[in-house]
Design a protein around this ligand. Structure first.
Ligand code: C2E
Ligand code: MG
Ligand code: MG
Length: 581
């Protein structure tokens, strides 16, 4: 009660001498007793000073005790000033009214020393108690808000990443009888939305998605989170989850915003089969499934399967080891011959890269090229391959061998590096080679990505004497427009056509049409993937085409290729018939 000691007791009574003396006698050691004789002075004092307790007679001049009570008890500024009213012994009605109007306690005259002492102390203790309770509640609220702000994403009100991991683990472990999914959702091209529109628009999309998830998932015992940027993760009981409906509803919710841009959510779904797997790993698995479909407009969600994990581990190994592998000469080129049916001999070769990993053995380009195309390393690797090819050609020339041109793959990422136009001629100069010796294979996807750039770079290469080949023609979204606009020398027809030749009339018709078209446009044709005599028989009827395929030869180590090539060169004039190798 330290603080009260310094606060006075205010006594307000008309004729107060006796009461004042009594109060001083009872409380003199603890409190200073201040007395005033009318209601107005009482209010004035309370406004200007802090007091421990006000004792007020109901009968007063100028402003009676009820009015004083009314002012003090109803004004929030004086909320912690208890008012004790002093009434006449017979005035039980006044007592009741005073209590109704907010008096903390009442005392009756003549005042009794003991009664007054205990009542005042009780009132003060009660008020002190109330004050403590309020302080505690305020503190608790602050702690709660602090926890909340640590647990919640401030933009959307959903759980943040650490909270989600904790709550999802608790949820799946607490209900082992329920099967759950972890669903990882991501918006396609969200960066573009932020760039094209105001940040506020991006935020609005995120908030709309968040409240949609909350409404759909929480009532079914699931939980939702925004774990970063435009990535949301849900943990939801399997029986209540329908991915088609979720995505359709989400599309509708986002469409109501009227933003003139295609905003599409994609989802990866991990069925939780081990509730003790750390939640971050569950999310990684759902995210792996998501990566299978992101940007694919036909399928908007995919389920995780164990193969994806294998693939991810393999990709991690590829990314981890690629730089060292290049320095350590683990990459090497193989050459696959291209035969001319008309000349009945090898007319060129394609350089295809191989990776001999010290632990994992030979890794096929089908595994590492797509990874390198995603992380950009393909640009370095392509340049390495081109240089290896130049070295090979130089050695051949130095050995006095009559060389044939070699084609190299030029991944589409190269077209973003403008020094390509310097680099390739630089290589030729370094090894003293002519541009006709190096043919460049580009894929249709390079055209789809950036037609203008590809057209102008291709034109410049051709002006400098390089041949340009369109690789895998017919595998992607080939268009007649591309053939019209892109100045290329040779079409390499994708092996999918050859595979279907024997069963499909349509494949045969299309192939015939493509060959006619190429001929009319003055382009050469290489048919890839010829594996059987039957395919060869059919193709040989179509006209003058070159062939690349296992029927003649698989891609070979350079030394083996040289042996094969020498054999053909020696027999060039001796009417060699092609045999299966
Ligand atoms: P591509 O450029 O279309 O190369 C032809 C691929 O078809 C090669 O696969 C070759 O081994 C394969 N092939 C050839 N004849 C047959 C056949 O009769 N049957 C079958 N089933 N396959 C045949 P490879 O070497 O696995 O390369 C796959 C792809 O990897 C290449 O397709 C190319 O896109 C890419 N690639 C390979 N080396 C490089 C490189 O140095 N740079 C870049 N950017 N890509 C490369
Ligand atoms: Mg190729
Ligand atoms: Mg090809």
């Amino acid at each position: 009660m330290d603080s009260e000691k310094s606060l006075p007791i205010l006594l307000t009574a008309d004729e107060n001498e006796n009461e004042c003396n009594l109060l001083n006698k009872v409380f003199g050691d603890e409190f200073e007793v201040v007395s005033v004789t009318n209601g107005l002075d009482c209010i004035d004092f309370v406004e200007k000073n802090k007091v421990a307790v006000v004792l007020v007679s109901l009968k007063l001049p100028v402003m009676d005790g009820f009015e004083v009570l009314n002012v003090i008890a109803k004004d929030s500024r004086f909320a912690d000033v208890p008012v004790i009213v002093i009434t006449d012994r017979e005035d039980s009605e006044g007592e009741a009214r005073a209590m109704e109007n907010g008096a903390a306690e009442f005392l009756t005259t003549p005042l009794n020393e003991t009664v007054i002492k205990y009542r005042v102390h009780n009132v003060l203790a009660r008020y002190e108690n109330e004050r403590n309770k309020i302080e505690r509640a305020v503190k608790d609220l602050k702690i709660f808000e602090m926890h909340r702000s640590l647990e919640i994403d401030s933009l959307t009100g959903l759980y943040n990443r650490p909270t989600f991991y904790k709550k999802a683990a608790n949820l799946v472990q607490a209900h082992p009888e329920t099967k759950y999914y972890i669903v990882y959702l991501d918006i396609s091209c969200f960066k573009a939305i932020n760039d094209l529109f105001h940040m506020e628009t991006g935020n609005l999309i995120l908030k709309t998605a968040a409240s949609y998830f909350m409404n759909k998932i929480n009532p079914h015992g699931g939980i939702c989170s925004r774990i970063e940027a435009d990535h949301f993760v849900l943990c939801v009981p399997q029986e209540s989850f329908d991915p088609d409906k979720l995505i359709e509803g989400l599309d509708n919710a986002i469409q109501t915003l009227g933003i003139s841009h295609n905003i599409l959510f994609f989802a990866g779904i991990y069925p939780v089969n081990n509730v003790y797997l750390p939640a971050d790993q569950m999310c990684d698995r759902a995210n792996m499934a998501l990566r299978k479909v992101k940007g694919n407009y036909l399928t908007r969600y995919a389920y995780y399967d164990a193969g994806m994990r294998e693939q991810m581990l393999q990709e991690q190994m590829i990314v981890r080891d690629m730089n060292y592998a290049l320095k350590d000469n683990q990459f090497t080129i193989y050459l696959q011959p291209v035969y001319s049916l008309a000349k009945d001999t090898i007319v060129s070769a394609e350089a295809l890269v191989r990776w001999f990993h010290p632990v994992n053995g030979m890794i096929s380009p089908g595994k590492f090229i797509p990874v390198f195309e995603r992380n950009g390393f393909i640009v370095k690797l392509d340049r390495f391959v081109w240089e290896e090819v130049c070295k090979f050609l130089r050695r051949q020339l130095d050995e006095g061998v009559d060389i044939m041109p070699v084609s190299v793959n030029v991944s589409r990422l190269n077209f973003y590096n403008l020094d390509l136009l310097e680099f390739l001629p630089g290589l030729l100069e370094k090894y003293n080679l002519e541009p006709e010796m190096l043919k460049l294979e580009v894929t249709e996807s390079a055209y789809t990505d950036n037609p203008q750039q590809l057209i102008s770079i291709t034109r410049m290469f051709r002006e400098r004497g390089f041949s340009v080949l369109m690789d895998d023609f017919g595998s992607g979204f080939s268009s007649l427009n591309m053939l019209k606009n892109l100045p290329i020398d040779v079409l390499k027809v994708d092996m999918a056509f050859v595979r279907e030749l024997e069963e499909s009339d349509r494949a045969r018709t299309i192939l015939r049409f493509v060959l006619g078209l190429a001929q009319d446009l003055g382009m050469g044709v290489v048919i890839e993937g010829v594996e059987t005599q039957n395919q060869l028989n059919y193709i040989s009827k179509l006209g003058k085409v070159d062939i690349q395929g296992y029927f003649f030869s698989r891609p070979l180590p350079v030394e083996d290729f040289k042996i094969l090539y020498n054999k053909y060169s020696l027999n060039k004039n001796e009417n060699v018939t092609i045999e299966r190798r």
